[in-house]
Design a protein around this ligand. Structure first.
Ligand code: G3I
Length: 390
């Protein structure tokens, strides 16, 4: 685990101020636009912090006009291979993707990602095993007894986690189990509704039996700050740990929007989960903005987006328990945002053409500032000059 001394960012903040209002970055020379192995986020990160990206496929991409991103877009694959040290399958390990029927497992797409990650020296975050959403119709609409449902979940977790044992470092076991008020989603979530809250502990135990080395996470959105939903996780984790349930991590998705602001208590929230002995992670960061009628981001929106990305990354860098920082989308080309929120977009640090945006420069500089040598290193790093010049 990194020490806090490697993460002193005060001096780095001076360097970052220079980026305010910077426009989109130019493509790095040579190779695909914006891709240069020498100055990637992966290379800029301090030791011990994984920089992650979602590997696009399935979900909203399945209905899109373009071919499957992860398996067919070579420049995008190069970006994934070079910018990140961790990959999360955006949809390819969800139930609706893995389980065409009760009898079948469809592992081809998930295998592709795990193999790719191994070839590129990356770790994988498995996403996800117990969720209320993206479950297949045969499961949601099936007529199963409680015992059968329990067997179905047990078989799923044992088979999926077992298949990737030793190859998936982190599993987001339970996803989005609380609502905004901090109540368990006991009507929406089939597992909790039919089998009761104790199924959550069972899911963690089964995952641990299938791969004792994997770190097992809760994961949710709108739990960045100290609020009712985050409090519910904090209380549940304490209860589960007291019962010896192998919970190992808390993931804060961090789907933010420049029109909503961010919660300044994020560092305190990360810290309290860290104090419970958990690994913490930023698991799905993006920062969307309102772009009605296909408008371009204004300088004020860009500056705000830069500030949001910097705040979340700095919060993770300054918290010793925060071991992974994942972006939900490595290009606006494939972002889920315009599909779910028409009139909003530009949520990732890369343009549709895979070019680096201002937010990319901010992330890169913030990472460099956290390395030994800090701000001076960031200011003199070629990437810093390239980004500033753009
Ligand atoms: O299943 C329906 C189908 O019945 C319908 O005909 C079709 C019409 O377009 O939509 C299908 O649902 C789509 C689903 O993927 C299919 O798997 C949704 O429209 C589409 O929005 C959905 O997108 C994925 C979304 O999760 C589903 O919740 C996105 O690709 C994916 O980026 C997004 O990722 C989630 C994380 O897993 C958890 N945290 C939030 C994050 C963003 O929503």
């Amino acid at each position: 685990m990194r020490t806090r001394t490697l993460r002193m960012l005060a001096a780095g903040a001076t360097a970052l101020a220079l980026f305010s209002g910077a426009g989109a970055a130019a493509a790095a020379p040579g190779g695909a636009p914006g891709i240069d192995a020498k100055d990637t986020l992966a290379r800029s990160a301090p030791k011990g912090l994984h920089i992650g990206g979602a590997a696009a496929g399935g979900g909203h991409h399945a209905d899109a006009e373009y071919p499957d991103p992860f398996t067919s877009d070579e420049p995008y694959r190069s970006l994934l291979a070079t910018e990140f040290t961790s990959l999360t399958p955006e949809n390819q390990m969800k139930w609706d993707h893995l389980r065409p029927s009760r009898e079948e497992f469809a592992f081809a797409d998930a295998d592709d990602i795990v193999n790719f990650a191994e070839e590129n020296g990356q770790v994988v975050r498995g996403h996800t095993l117990l969720w209320h959403s993206q479950n297949p119709a045969w499961l949601e609409e099936g007529d199963f007894s409680d015992a059968e449902l329990r067997d179905i979940l047990h078989e799923h977790i044992t088979t999926v986690v077992g298949r990737y044992a030793g190859r998936v470092a982190h599993w987001e076991v339970a996803n989005e189990i609380f609502d905004e008020s901090g109540n368990l989603r006991d009507t929406e979530n089939i597992w909790i509704r039919e089998l009761g809250p104790s199924i959550i502990a069972d899911a963690f135990r089964w995952a641990h039996e299938a791969d004792p080395e994997a770190v097992l996470f809760f994961n949710d959105y709108n739990v960045e700050g100290l609020n009712a939903k985050a409090d519910a996780y904090y209380a549940l984790v304490q209860d589960l740990l007291a019962d010896g349930v192998p919970v190992g991590g808390m993931g804060l998705q961090s789907h933010l929007g420049t029109m909503y602001g961010y919660d300044p208590s994020l560092p305190d929230n990360l810290a309290r989960f860290g104090e419970l002995g958990l690994e913490t992670a930023i698991t799905e960061l993006d920062v969307r903005m309102e772009l009605p009628d296909g408008a371009e981001p204004t300088p004020a929106q860009v500056a705000k987006q830069d500030e949001f990305f910097e705040f979340v990354l700095t919060s993770c860098l300054e918290e010793a328990s925060c071991g992974s920082f994942t972006l939900w989308g490595a290009s606006d080309r494939y972002s889920w945002v315009p599909n779910t929120f028409p009139g909003q977009g530009s949520a990732t640090p890369w343009t549709d053409d895979l070019e680096r945006k201002s937010a990319y420069c901010v992330l890169q500089s913030t990472l460099l500032s956290a390395q030994p040598g800090g701000a001076a290193r960031a200011q003199h790093h070629p990437a810093y000059a390239d980004c500033r010049a753009a």
